[in-house]
Design a protein around this ligand. Structure first.
Ligand SMILES: Cc1ncc(C[n+]2csc(CCO)c2C)c(N)n1
Length: 225
């Protein structure tokens, strides 16, 4: 079993739950309320900038030039591809540049981005790539599953096509190969840290969608009696 197959096996239940979330079921059916997707896209635009920074930090720690180029390329790709997609949906849902600039980062987004930046800045390269992998892998699996269930009239077809597409698939395959290479060469303690970081990142993917579905920003603190 490869290292990434082992990561997958250890997180099977959590990842299955992500596929069954109402956000993803309704996205597949095209019935996800526009207001929910609008809020998600705003948070995702905040997320992707942090994600690209974490990739760039990890790139600086890579063991060889090929891995530096791969991660730095993904950082560029994250900003470019995702900005295109976000621009499309922000236009469609009427999110102006001013509205986006004024929007608040949600607690879930802030937590996920902080986790990635911490893993990349304070962890070693192995931990950083393990934390960054679910972002690629889970989106590919969700994209593939949903693409098989939804038609061209689905208002979220452009989002689905991006993550079910070949270009994205290539970047995921390269990331899986990198984590397999690093994981296979790591000692047992490092492998355990990689497992923990991977599991946590899967949890953050779940949380990001859950929070978007419930349109949470920062849950209110109850009034003290
Ligand atoms: C919360 C959240 N997680 C993952 C992605 C997917 N994603 C964002 S950037 C990137 C790398 C290359 O484009 C990928 C796969 C997302 N959009 N939002």
């Amino acid at each position: 079993m490869s290292f990434t197959q082992d990561l997958a096996a250890q997180t099977q239940g959590l990842r299955r739950q992500i596929h069954e979330m109402p956000f993803n079921r309704e996205l597949a059916a095209g019935t996800l309320p526009a207001e929910v997707f609008r809020g998600y896209i705003i948070q995702d635009a905040h997320y992707l900038e942090g994600f690209a920074r974490a990739l760039a930090l990890a790139a600086a720690k890579a063991p060889d030039g090929q891995a530096v180029a791969q991660l730095a390329g993904s950082a560029t790709g994250a900003v470019a591809v995702e900005r295109g997609l976000h621009a499309h949906y922000m236009g469609l849902f009427g999110v102006s540049a001013e509205a986006f600039a004024a929007s608040e980062v949600s607690a879930a987004c802030d937590h996920y981005v902080s986790f990635l930046l911490r893993s990349a800045a304070l962890g070693d390269f192995a931990e950083a790539v393990a934390a960054l992998l679910p972002c690629f892998w889970i989106y590919r699996d969700i994209g593939r599953e949903i693409a098989g269930q939804s038609g061209p009239e689905n208002p979220y077809a452009a989002w689905i096509a991006t993550y079910a597409g070949e270009a994205f698939d290539d970047s995921v395959a390269r990331m899986l190969a990198l984590v397999d290479r690093i994981g296979a060469a790591a000692d047992a303690t490092t492998q355990a840290r990689m497992h923990r970081a991977f599991h946590r990142a899967c949890w953050h993917e779940w949380r990001f969608w859950d929070s978007a579905y419930h349109r949470e920003l920062w849950p209110e603190v109850g009034r003290v009696a």
